[in-house]
Design a protein around this ligand. Structure first.
Ligand SMILES: C[S@@+](CC[C@H](N)C(=O)[O-])C[C@H]1O[C@@H](n2cnc3c(N)ncnc32)[C@H](O)[C@@H]1O
Length: 262
């Protein structure tokens, strides 16, 4: 199964893209009415992006990419799912954005795209689908201009160690063999289960991959909440901030990294 992870994940993400497009969680209607899909964590790190070129890795069906475009950036979004990219292109036309969308595995992107960017951005639910962090960091570094900025917000590896109900530790913190699961969507919890192949990546592995590929880390932050309500047993303790009710503020749920290419 591990050897075939791209095909397995692509099939399942194709199904999820269609399901997610109509979900309350993704709120396409709100987006079309002008709402941004971005959260304060990444907005603060991105700062003013007017006129900047942004490469958005693992863009799903483009809500975040197009929210960046509405902020004045010139955006290229990339995703493995052809269904997600088709939907992103439809939204792009609908809101009269000039964003570009490319369908490919991000490891193959250097063969598909010949351009450098001011900012590379990726967020929430991305690196877990990738087996090799060194290869990922190579892609990030490859597409950044000198002095370019990498902005990354992701669920904390500690969160992925738990069982679905956050009652016990089920997986290793450190990367090991692929984790093969069958899951309903976080956006439509009663949806049919789909097969996925994923990996957990500890913070040391991620930071070292970036540093070893020539990036200088300028910030690493950990947050005791998630801006997305995508886990079981959550409570919204402040507007837009979610925690696992029985764990409260004891665990980190999200981290962010900003790094620069020198
Ligand atoms: C959770 S979503 C993206 C996160 C984004 N925050 C969102 O929710 O819209 C994960 C995305 O990664 C994409 N993906 C998974 N493996 C990939 C790969 N190897 N290359 C490119 N995209 C990939 C999936 O198709 C999916 O659209």
């Amino acid at each position: 199964m591990e050897n075939n992870y791209l095909q397995i994940n692509k099939n399942s993400w194709n199904k999820r893209a269609e399901l997610h497009f109509g979900s309350e969680f993704y709120d396409v209607k709100g987006f079309l009415e002008g709402k941004s899909s971005l959260n304060s964590i990444e907005l603060e790190l991105l700062g003013d992006i007017k006129g900047k070129s942004v490469l958005h890795l693992q863009c799903h069906f483009g809500l975040d990419s197009l929210s960046l475009s509405r902020m004045g950036a010139v955006v290229t979004g990339v995703d493995l799912s052809d269904k997600a990219i088709e939907l992103a292109r439809e939204l792009n036309e609908k809101i009269h954005s000039n964003s570009e969308f490319i369908c490919c595995d991000i490891y193959d992107l250097p063969n598909q795209l010949n351009q450098k960017f001011d900012i590379v951005f990726t967020s929430y639910g991305t690196i877990g689908w990738l087996p090799d962090m060194d290869k990922w960091a190579q892609v990030v570094a490859h597409f950044l201009k000198p002095q370019g900025k990498f902005v990354f917000a992701e669920f904390h590896p500690l969160v992925w160690m738990f069982d679905d109900d956050f009652r016990q530790i089920e997986y290793r913190y450190f990367k090991s063999a692929a984790i093969e699961t069958s899951e309903s969507s976080y956006a439509e919890t009663n949806s049919e289960k789909e097969a996925f192949v994923s990996w957990n990546h500890g913070l040391g592995e991620i930071l070292n991959s970036l540093v070893q590929n020539g990036l200088q880390i300028s910030s690493l932050e950990e947050f005791d909440y998630s801006p997305h309500d995508c886990f079981n047993h959550t409570e919204e303790f402040e507007p837009g901030k979610f925690r696992i009710k029985h764990l409260g503020n004891k665990i980190p749920m999200v981290y962010s990294i900003v790094a620069e290419k020198h």
